[in-house]
Design a protein around this ligand. Structure first.
Ligand SMILES: C[S@@+](CC[C@H](N)C(=O)[O-])C[C@H]1O[C@@H](n2cnc3c(N)ncnc32)[C@H](O)[C@@H]1O
Length: 300
């Protein structure tokens, strides 16, 4: 373990070619399109400030036009740099390199949060959900995508004895280091525990099979998926869950103070390109327009 290795562990995409090795030209138009479809169906008609947790290179940023401000947060500075090249530097887009387990924000500063294809990298689901709940205003919208262990392929493989873990068991399965599949009931339970009221659960990506995608036109697969999404048959490899922040929480949507020290929660004052914590004195850099909360200036 290196000196600064964070706990809980993080699936680190720093410097990775995620965009070109996984998405662009990699035969995943179908997955991309059905995810956008459900996202559009779940997003509110308008909003003030949206946080995307694990935004990566900004694949889905174009879907958030209804929000006045969009905060893209990712642990990988290089992913955010690409997003910044696409969406530019403007007050409307804020780029934040930080750990989702330690969100560097004041409580109640967002009325929307999305987290797509990210929680499958999280060993501590309860901790990250608590962070999301903390930064949301009361009745704020949270859209979470999770990988579903109780999917048709896993059920078939288990029935045929080709897979040793049970898709019906509620506990997460870590099939590769820091890659988890979750049972829908587990996620439902964890969301409730973190203070969310679930509004809608939508199965997505029923036809995520290379042999099918090779033979059937993408338009047709997308149309079929769109028809199956409202059935709520949660046996697809991916599930989107729309929740509302339940209970009470502060509403700081109007506050000009967005950030808080990720270590102690203290308020931060900006001095040139450094954010200084009023409480513990830690200093955090702003690098070419990207707020860097991965490690304080003093720890580097
Ligand atoms: C599979 S990618 C998904 C990116 C984007 N949401 C999308 O759907 O295109 C997972 C992203 O989660 C980020 N990530 C993983 N663990 C994280 C953590 N603890 N804090 C912040 N980001 C994290 C990675 O850096 C990566 O960009």
């Amino acid at each position: 373990m290196t000196k600064h290795e964070p706990q809980p562990r993080i699936c680190d995409y720093e410097g990775s070619n995620y965009r070109t090795e996984f998405w662009e030209g990699r035969g995943r138009d179908y997955e991309d399109r059905v995810e956008r479809l459900v996202l559009r169906r779940m997003l509110p008609l308008s909003g003030r400030r949206l946080l995307e947790v694990g935004a990566g290179f900004g694949r889905l940023t174009g879907e958030y036009d209804m929000f006045a401000q969009v905060v893209l947060l990712d642990y990988s500075l290089s992913q955010l740099q690409y997003a910044q090249e696409q969406y530019g530097r403007s007050p409307r887009f804020v780029y934040v390199a930080a750990d989702a387990y330690k969100l560097p924000f004041q409580p109640g500063v967002f009325d929307g949060v999305t987290m797509i294809r990210v929680i499958h990298h999280m060993a501590k689901v309860d901790e990250v959900l608590a962070q999301v709940r903390r930064v949301l205003v009361e009745k704020g919208t949270f859209i979470l995508e999770h990988a579903n262990k109780r999917n048709l392929k896993a059920m078939l493989r288990y029935a045929l004895g080709k897979q040793d873990w049970s898709p019906y068991d509620l506990s997460p399965v870590e099939f590769v280091e820091l890659n988890f599949d979750f049972h829908p009931s587990y996620i439902k339970h964890e969301l409730k525990r973190a203070g969310f009221a679930i509004q809608q659960r939508t199965p997505v990506s029923f036809f995520r099979l290379q042999s099918l995608k090779d033979r059937v036109p993408t338009d047709l697969l997308v149309s079929l998926d769109a028809m199956l999404q409202p059935t709520q048959m949660l046996v697809s490899p991916s599930v989107f869950v729309k929740s509302i922040a339940a209970g009470t929480s502060p509403n700081h949507l109007d506050s000009t103070t967005l950030f808080a020290c990720p270590e102690c929660g203290g308020s931060l004052n900006r001095i040139d390109d450094t954010m200084v914590c009023e409480r513990d004195g830690r200093r955090w850099a702003v690098r070419d327009g990207i707020y860097d909360f991965k490690a304080s200036v003093d720890e580097r």
